[in-house]
Structure formats: structure tokens, C-alpha cells
Design a protein around this ligand. Structure first.
Ligand SMILES: NC(=O)C1=CN([C@@H]2O[C@H](COP(=O)(O)OP(=O)(O)OC[C@H]3O[C@@H](n4cnc5c(N)ncnc54)[C@H](O)[C@@H]3O)[C@@H](O)[C@H]2O)C=CC1
Ligand SMILES: CC1=C(/C=C/C(C)=C/C=C/C(C)=C/C=C/C=C(C)/C=C/C=C(C)/C=C/C=C(\C)C(=O)O)C(C)(C)CCC1
Length: 531
């Protein structure tokens, strides 16, 4: 890896924060960020900044998390470059006014040129976590730039080298009046929260998310929360390939040393499959780490001592049996990929969010039991994975919600940068990525424009009110219900007439098609050969 120097971590001075926020707000008021060409220049600059700062970013990720260059490129630097390109490719189309026509606008108002203007929400605060310190801070920024916002970023202080590289990169390459980085921990975040924002985008723990949401509520500031979850994986008796399920779940818990909020916390598995599943897990472990996980340059480390001890305590306090892994080494912040066989939902391995390379295996007698346990552990997890028959997977999706879900794999729904990503209930509010990133920072402003000549047509609204005219208008424009008071659809005269005239076809298209077939048949009959 290229030799690079990273400045030591330095928190932003508390008294500088109001000015930083004020500059970002002031720049938004100049309206220059609304210009699409300006936004595109910033996105292109961000792309090249990521490209040029790649050695620093890779070194910082290696030092902060011992993240391999492979992972750093795949899921952080390369990921963000793709984000920039995707936003650049689609920005013109997404930012265009959307004309509102029937059926969204009733025919009687069609003269009023209803449309949706896409406006930037304003000046936003983006607060990032430590596990993907580059991706999870800058992916929302791509959305904010695309939408035309100004932004202040607060990287996690737990990954200090990444925080310093990001500050240098953003402030030297992007418009300094529009984008800034504040480094620090709780005091600096509190100072930022004391400022007025138009939206706050927070990724992190549910505990801190709730502090942020409470503070934001004081000024009615909208928040997006990307939080954690205790995510289940279901393996049923009909699992099509148990060895593959084991391999994929091992991948889910070893990327970034399992410090991924959407990876499985626990596996609910049919009791008859447990033994074989563990054999497959061990085989997958051997295949991925032929010289042992500790020797592998591919396995990241736990971010710091606090999180190391949090994970170690889960293993120390479990009443379950470790069936794979179990080694820990504080000097290296190393935790071996570990699976623990448990039998109680109160076990720390079930009750706490793992957010590391450890997970539990919980044997069940049936899918009913699995679904009950999952609801007890966390009713609205960030993700869910199912390895069953098609029918069972459909049932799991139907009976248990989650932010996102993957069938027959670990969290792949969250490994593609262009599709919406977000939680549900207490695992998150709002979504981003792809077009959802643009939408997240956009105010969809409905605009109507009433021509002066239309006033006589619309005069019914004026006082003095005339009930007769209101009733007449209702008779002309109100849609009659085709259902009765019991919620049953009523097939009235209109239905039967339409059915006969439409020759049984549904809708105008279906009816026209049937009439065309009849006409063709008639024509062929009339002109038949040898008549
Ligand atoms: N849904 C998602 O996309 C993701 C969710 N997460 C969740 O984040 C957690 C791990 O990330 P962490 O960085 O440890 O989260 P965290 O909640 O401790 O920190 C996140 C950010 O909040 C700031 N912060 C911490 N304490 C604060 C306080 N008392 N007041 C104001 N700001 C404060 C930190 O400086 C940091 O920038 C896990 O629970 C994980 O599930 C992590 C990554 C992605
Ligand atoms: C199929 C065709 C081709 C071949 C395509 C191939 C070989 C694709 C392989 C893709 C793979 C294995 C991609 C894996 C990607 C994993 C990623 C990006 C993981 C990302 C993790 C993230 C973002 C984590 C985020 C964490 C968060 C949000 C959190 O903590 O919550 C050809 C050969 C291209 C030909 C066409 C057909």
C-alpha cells in the first residue's frame, strides 16, 4: 500500500460550529445550489476526489478498522464513485418538474397546470457511524448534492483517520461555502444539534438516534434515521441448499468483521438441520480462512476496546454453547467468527445487537415457532433473510416485516447501491440510495396555476354559496360507489352494459381488442376463399 500521511485527529472548535452552519445556510440562500450545472460540477469533483484520495482513504480504513483494500474498494470508495456516476446519469430526469395529469388531477382541474417542482430541502446535517465511515457519511451527501442542498458532515470520531481524510478531501475539493466537515464526538454533535437544519440524516445506534430525534423535534426538524436491528435468518426444513446457506451467512458475518447493521444477529433453524448446518458453517470458515481467521488479511478488526468488550461480554455471558470459533484477543481487537447454539430468547446472544462477527443459532420445531421467536426478539428489524421453499419464504415475508429482506442469501438487498435502503419502525425512518437519495433531500412541492379566463367555470366556490350549484357539480363530477355498505362490490346496470358492449373485455383496451378480433373474423368470413 502506498505510504501516506494522515493528520492526527483534531476536533473542530466548538465556537467555530455556529459559523460553519451559518455559512452553509447562507450559501443555500444564494440559490446557487439550485443550479443543475453547479450540482453536477460538485458531483464530478466528488468523484475525482474519491479517485485521487483513494490511497489515503484505504490507509485510513486499514488503520481504523483494519479493513482490507478489497473491502474498502468494494463497499466504500468504489461504491461512492458508482453513487456519483448514477446520480450524474439520472439527475436531469429526476430534477425535472413532473406534470400532474389524470387520474392524479381530476379532469375538471386539468386546465390548472398542476405540477410537482423538485426543490432542495435546504441545509442538511449528516451524522455518520464508524463501521462504514466513508460510505455511510458520503452516500447521503451524494443525495444532498444531487437534490441541491448544502451540507455539514459529522464523521464518527471512532474512526479518526477516516474522519481527518474526509475533512481534508471534502473541504479542499468541493465548494467550501456549501459543504463542510465538523469533527468531534458528543460535544461537537450537541453543538451542531443546537443549530437550525432543514433536515438531519443520522446513521448510528437506536439509542443515539432517539436523542437526535428528540432534539430535532424541538424545532420540528425532519430526521432520517438509519439505525440498527436484531436481524433474523430463517432456515427451514425445505432449505434448497444448506451448505450454500451456511456459506452465505458466514460471508454476512465476516465482511467488515460483521460490523454491519443488516447482517444476521441470529439464525432460526429447524432443529433437525442444526448439526449439518454447523458442519457446513465450519467448512465455509475453512474455505474462507484456510490459515485461520486471525492470520487472514481479509478479516477486519473490532473498532475499539469498548466494542471489543461489548462483544466479549456477550460471549462470556451466554448460556449457550459455542459451536464454531470463540477465540478473542484483546491486544489485536480480534474476535473470531463465532456461532453459539442457544435455547432462550433472553440469552444475551439473542437479546443484544451483535454488530460483530458473532451470531446465535436457535433451533425451532416449526416455522410457526420461528416466526413467534422473531417477533419476540425484534418486531421491526432492519433486515431479514430467509432460506426456505418459495412458499415458506413468501410466508415469512408476509408475516414478519423488516427494513429490507433477502431470500436465499445474506443481506444482498443492501449490497447494491442503486436500490432504496432503510429501516422500518424502530430500525429506521426514511430511505436513501439511488433515486431514493435524491428524493430524501428533495421537497416535492405541488404547484397549481389557474388561468384568469377559467374564472366563470370555477365561480361556484365564491360566496354567496349556492347549494344547488354544488349539487349539480357533484352530479357531474362525483364518482358513484360500486360497493355497498358491507364493502361488497355491486355490479349495477353500468357494469353489465359495459360487459356486453366490451364483449367481456376489461377496460377500454380489452374491449377494443375484442372488437378488433370480431371485426377481423367477420372480414375473413366475408372474404373467405372459395365462397
Ligand atoms: N441502518 C444503517 O444504515 C446503519 C446502522 N448502524 C448502527 O449504528 C450502530 C453502530 O454505529 P456507531 O457509530 O457506534 O453509532 P453511534 O450511535 O454510537 O454513533 C453515531 C454518531 O452519533 C454520534 N454520537 C454518539 N453519541 C452521541 C450522543 N450522545 N449525542 C449526539 N451524538 C452522538 C457519534 O459521534 C457518531 O457520529 C449500530 O447500532 C448499528 O446497527 C450502523 C451502520 C449502518
Ligand atoms: C451476472 C453477470 C456478470 C457477473 C457478475 C458478478 C460476478 C457479480 C458479483 C457481485 C458480487 C459478489 C458483489 C458483492 C458485493 C458486495 C457488496 C458491495 C457489499 C456491500 C456492503 C455494504 C454496502 C455494507 C453496508 C453496510 C451498511 C449499510 C450497514 O452497516 O448497515 C458479468 C460477468 C458482469 C456479466 C453479466 C452478467
Amino acid at each position: 500500500m502506498a505510504q501516506v500521511t494522515i493528520a492526527p485527529f483534531e476536533a473542530t472548535a466548538l465556537d467555530a460550529i455556529p459559523k460553519i452552519a451559518g455559512t452553509a445556510r447562507g450559501t443555500f440562500r444564494t440559490h446557487k445550489t439550485k443550479n443543475l450545472a453547479w450540482r453536477k460540477v460538485q458531483l464530478r469533483k466528488l468523484y475525482w476526489a474519491l479517485h485521487d484520495y483513494e490511497p489515503q482513504l484505504l490507509a485510513a480504513l486499514q488503520e481504523d478498522l483494519r479493513k482490507s483494500a478489497f473491502e474498502a474498494l468494494l463497499s466504500e470508495v468504489g461504491w461512492l464513485k458508482k453513487d456519483c456516476m448514477f446520480m450524474l446519469d439520472h439527475l436531469d430526469a429526476w430534477a425535472k418538474d413532473e406534470k400532474l395529469r389524470a387520474p392524479h388531477v381530476p379532469a375538471m382541474y386539468s386546465i390548472m397546470n398542476f405540477r410537482i417542482r423538485k426543490e432542495p430541502v435546504g441545509t442538511v446535517l449528516i451524522i455518520g457511524p464508524y463501521n462504514y465511515p466513508v460510505q455511510l457519511l458520503l452516500a447521503p451527501l451524494v443525495g444532498a448534492i444531487g437534490a441541491g442542498c448544502t451540507a455539514v458532515l459529522k464523521p464518527s470520531e471512532l474512526t479518526p483517520r477516516c474522519a481527518m481524510v474526509i475533512k481534508d478531501m471534502i473541504e479542499s475539493r468541493l465548494d467550501r461555502d456549501a459543504f463542510a466537515v465538523v469533527n468531534g464526538a458528543v460535544p461537537e454533535t450537541n453543538a451542531l444539534m443546537g443549530e437550525k437544519w432543514d433536515k438531519i440524516f443520522f446513521t448510528g445506534s437506536a439509542g443515539v438516534g432517539s436523542i437526535i430525534a428528540r432534539k430535532a423535534a424541538e424545532t420540528l426538524t425532519p430526521v432520517v434515521l438509519e439505525l440498527g436491528g436484531k436481524n433474523p435468518a430463517f432456515i427451514t426444513k425445505s432449505c434448497p441448499n444448506l451448505a450454500l446457506a451456511a456459506r452465505r451467512l458466514m460471508w454476512g458475518k465476516t465482511m467488515n468483521a460483521g460490523q454491519i447493521c443488516m447482517s444476521q444477529n441470529y439464525v432460526l433453524i429447524d432443529k433437525d438441520l442444526v448439526e449439518t448446518f454447523v458442519v457446513h458453517l465450519k467448512q465455509a470458515y475453512k474455505d474462507m480462512f484456510p490459515r485461520g481467521a486471525k492470520q487472514s488479511p481479509d478479516l477486519a478488526r473490532i473498532v475499539n476496546l469498548r466494542h471489543f468488550h461489548r462483544l466479549k461480554n456477550m460471549l462470556d455471558n451466554t448460556r449457550g454453547r459455542i459451536v464454531m470459533g470463540g477465540e478473542v484477543d484483546e491486544s489485536e481487537l480480534y474476535i473470531e467468527p463465532t456461532a453459539v447454539l442457544v435455547s432462550s430468547v433472553d440469552d444475551p446472544m439473542m437479546a443484544e445487537e451483535s454488530f460483530g462477527p458473532i451470531f446465535s443459532i436457535y433451533p425451532v420445531h416449526s416455522l410457526d415457532e420461528a416466526l413467534n421467536v422473531a417477533h419476540l426478539v425484534h418486531r421491526t428489524p432492519l433486515s431479514l433473510m430467509a432460506f426456505g421453499s418459495k412458499k415458506e419464504n413468501e410466508r415469512i415475508l408476509n408475516e414478519m416485516t423488516s427494513g429490507g429482506a433477502t431470500l436465499n442469501d445474506a443481506y444482498f438487498h443492501g449490497a447494491v447501491n442503486t436500490v432504496p435502503f432503510g429501516g422500518v419502525g424502530d430500525s429506521g425512518w426514511g430511505a436513501y440510495r439511488g433515486k431514493a437519495s435524491f428524493d430524501c433531500f428533495t421537497h416535492f412541492r405541488t404547484v397549481a396555476e389557474t388561468p384568469g379566463w377559467a374564472d366563470p367555470l370555477l365561480a361556484v366556490r365564491y360566496m354567496p354559496f349556492d347549494m344547488g350549484r354544488l349539487r349539480l357539480l357533484g352530479r357531474l363530477t362525483d364518482k358513484k360507489p360500486d360497493f355497498d355498505r358491507n364493502g361488497r362490490v355491486v355490479k349495477g346496470l353500468g357494469y353489465w352494459v359495459a360487459l356486453v358492449l366490451g364483449l367481456g373485455g376489461k377496460g377500454v383496451k380489452g374491449a377494443l381488442l375484442r372488437w378488433a378480433v370480431v371485426a377481423l373474423a367477420h372480414y375473413l368470413y366475408k372474404n373467405r376463399v372459395g365462397k
